[in-house]
Design a protein around this ligand. Structure first.
Ligand code: HEC
Length: 218
């Protein structure tokens, strides 16, 4: 079965009756305040659980992509490595998504591939990360509840590895002319150059079923 099918199956599965009970109890006692995502804010214990889960999954995905990319660069240079941040990145992230039964993608304020552009409301999350970086802080991941009983976890992707600059740095300084030409050919609308170490490159977006509160109180 295709990983994508698995993910959708996992997401469309009916939540357990316990989960439904918890949700209806919460809905009954929470104030009707709405967050900017249109859903009621998460109780702190649920948010902590969501944060832990999101962090672990984004970490797995990033480690898998970075390792594959580094190996490919070492073995065959840029042309060999390019797919590991592009078309091979999708099966790799799908694998992590299917294993964890979540939806997983990358998004960015400066897309190389237009499909990685942020949705409405997501640019603000990226700006928040940039603001923190600008103040010399490590941006904290953001967790949001959705009206469809899922949570979305965003964690910043900051360029900390010089090897990223070979394809996302400054043309002429970090990016070789041949790489620049290849990128231009593959991505005529490329905005994903001009980065330096320490810059925000984008974010991981992990979406999963809202955790039940009772599992949070251990
Ligand atoms: C060998 C060239 C290459 C290297 C090295 C590279 N990337 Fe990429 N990167 C790409 C390409 C090509 C894409 C477009 C992917 C696609 O088609 O979705 C991309 C896309 C991305 C995206 C998705 C957003 C977008 O702009 O489409 C992120 C995030 C990203 N890269 C981060 C990184 C990070 C972090 C590193 C270092 C660990 C890195 N990249 C190293 C070539 C590279």
């Amino acid at each position: 079965m295709e990983p994508r099918t698995l993910v959708y199956r996992a997401l469309s599965g009916t939540p357990s009756s316990t989960l439904l009970l918890v949700i209806s109890l919460l809905a009954a006692c929470r104030p009707a305040a709405e967050s900017d995502s249109g859903a009621a804010p998460l109780p702190a214990a649920v948010e902590t659980l969501a944060r832990e889960r999101g962090r672990a999954i984004a970490g797995q995905a990033f480690a898998l992509l970075s390792t594959n990319l580094a190996q490919a660069l070492a073995q065959g240079g840029i042309t060999n490595a390019l797919p590991y941040c592009s078309e091979k990145a999708y099966p790799l992230t799908e694998l992590v998504a299917a294993t964890n039964q979540v939806r997983l993608r990358r998004l960015t304020h400066k897309p190389r591939n237009p499909t990685n552009a942020p949705a409405a409301g997501e640019l603000a999350v990226l700006r928040g990360f940039q603001l923190a970086l600008g103040r010399g802080k490590t941006p904290a991941p953001v967790v949001r509840a959705t009206p469809s009983n899922t949570v979305v976890f965003y964690s910043p992707i900051v360029i900390t590895n010089p090897l990223c600059l070979q394809c996302h740095g400054v043309v002429g300084r970090d990016i070789l002319p041949a790489t620049a030409a290849l990128l231009q050919k593959l991505y005529p609308q490329d905005q994903a150059t001009g980065f330096s170490l320490g810059d925000l490159r984008g974010a991981w977006r992990v979406e999963f079923e809202r955790p039940a509160r009772e599992t949070a109180t251990r």
